[in-house]
Design a protein around this ligand. Structure first.
Ligand code: SF4
Ligand code: SF4
Length: 458
């Protein structure tokens, strides 16, 4: 009798602790959301903090028929929720999504957009690709990126973004350079450790090393100043890829002008890291080339993926495990002997994208596919409609970024979001649950943040 009474007391105590603990967790999450300026998440957290403990407290404190059963049921539900988070379940298969061929940089939207009507490059390109001409001319006729007359025009933010791009322009001369005559002996493992540390010291969030592969390298120059159409032959063996973080609050203002400021700022930050790394490596007596905004010879997201920094998601961007797509990538290719990172693929990220489609639902130009990855030019991938996306950019004047702003992976790297990411990597039910919770706390169509107030101007 005594022991059964103790068991009942313990059951009551446990259910009360669960209720109070859950309520505290929601309150803490509400506080974190307030710091993130996610108003809806704050309100939802407060409501849940108030509602969650009610049945637990009732089952722990009140007397009613079948009260122990109800208390046990509440504990089982809480236990199951923890199991969903913790147990590895439903690991998705890794599919072969290795590209089989190289890409011509002249075909990418940024290169086509810069073609000047009447120039030899323009005539040559559209003689080879007549099907692209009409759509591209339409894009060129739009107001343009960071241009007055565009829909999101902001006199200060656009100039600020331009200022960052102007600084990058000035950095392009240093992407390559003379190599020191004397070569410092390099032990690959030790050198890799130092290079990674140095990249972080310069400002990288994460860094990886991969063998440089054929499909990483563009076939022809599409943007590098004065060398349009030249074949690209990089004789480097290794590529160092890294990412820099984009500020969450600025990104959450997308597609308004502050998001474009953040893009240009982080392109500049990535360029600074890449140039310093490349210059350092050349001083050791090894060739190195920095690949920076407007002067890439490699396809950065593929290099970064093969260096173990993430996966390519539905919106066609690199999805990193901790910051999602909220990054800019930098790459340095080199002849310095380095130890490539072992393959580190994250099929759970692809599986999450398969279920989510939030970016596709929020894309204002309907450029992101809703269906599963397709074999496109022999590669299993999602392909966004670059033409409609870029036309939208040139109409509003910013690089939009709405897809990045609403992505559940873009939340800040905090203990709460980190826990969710950890669970989604391990378990398919957790991926399902994370999506439901993301919709509940942030909405299926999250509102863009206002501000910042310091950008109002005089
Ligand atoms: S919004 Fe969803 S589908 Fe789109 S990239 Fe992010 S996780 Fe993938
Ligand atoms: S940047 Fe904007 S327009 Fe382009 S795919 Fe993303 S949401 Fe769509």
């Amino acid at each position: 009798m005594i022991s059964s009474l103790s068991g009942l007391t313990l059951l009551r105590l446990l259910v009360i602790v669960t209720g109070v603990g859950g309520s505290l967790a929601f309150l803490l999450f509400g506080l974190a959301s307030w710091r993130e300026r996610e108003r809806r998440a704050v309100w939802v957290s407060l409501v849940l903090a108030a509602l969650f403990p009610l049945p637990h407290l009732a089952a722990g404190l009140l007397r009613f028929p079948r009260q122990p059963v109800v208390a046990a049921l509440l504990l089982v539900i809480a236990g199951l929720a923890l199991l969903v988070l913790g147990i590895p379940l439903g690991r998705p298969a890794l599919e072969d999504d290795t590209p089989r061929s190289r890409v011509d940089e002249r075909d990418i939207m940024f290169a086509r957009w810069r073609l000047v009507p009447g120039s030899p490059e323009y005539d040559d390109y559209y003689a080879r690709r007549p099907e692209k001409k009409q759509g591209d001319d339409r894009i060129r006729a739009a107001p343009g990126l960071l241009a007055p007359g565009s829909r999101m025009y902001h006199p200060f933010a656009f100039r600020a973004a331009d200022a960052s791009f102007a600084v990058i322009d000035g950095m392009r001369a240093a992407v390559d350079g003379p190599v020191a005559a004397e070569q410092v002996p390099a032990v690959p493992t030790e050198m890799t450790r130092m290079i990674k540390g140095l990249a972080r010291h310069y400002g990288a969030w994460s860094v990886g090393v991969t063998d440089l592969r054929d499909y990483h390298v563009y076939t022809h120059v599409g943007r590098g100043a004065g060398r349009y159409g030249e074949p690209i032959e990089l004789d480097h063996d290794c590529a160092i890829a890294f990412v820099v973080e984009m500020d969450h609050q600025m990104v959450r203002r997308a597609p308004a002008a502050p998001a474009a400021m953040e893009t240009s700022k982080q392109y500049l930050a990535a360029a600074a890291v890449a140039l310093q790394l490349a210059t350092f490596i050349r001083s050791l007596g090894y060739s190195a080339r920095a690949h920076i905004d407007g002067d890439y010879q490699v396809i950065c997201p593929l290099v970064a993926r093969d260096a173990g920094l993430g996966e390519i998601g539905r919106m066609g961007l690199l999805m990193t495990p901790h910051l999602g797509p909220r990054v800019r990538i930098g790459v340095v290719t080199t002849s310095l002997p380095l130890s490539p990172d072992p393959p580190k693929r994250e099929p759970a990220v692809v599986d999450f994208c398969r279920r989510c489609v939030k970016c596709a639902e929020n894309c204002p130009s309907c450029s992101i596919p809703f269906d599963d990855r397709q074999l496109i030019d022999g590669v299993l991938r999602w392909r966004i409609d670059c033409e409609t996306c870029f036309l939208y950019w040139n109409t509003i004047g910013t690089d939009c970024g709405r897809c990045m702003a609403v992505c559940p992976y873009s939340h800040p790297h905090t203990p709460f979001h980190g826990l969710v990411r950890w669970a989604t990597r391990r378990s398919a039910p957790a991926r399902w649950l994370a999506l439901q919770l993301d919709d509940l706390f942030y909405g299926r169509r999250p509102k863009a943040l206002d501000g910042p107030s310091w950008l109002q101007g005089p």
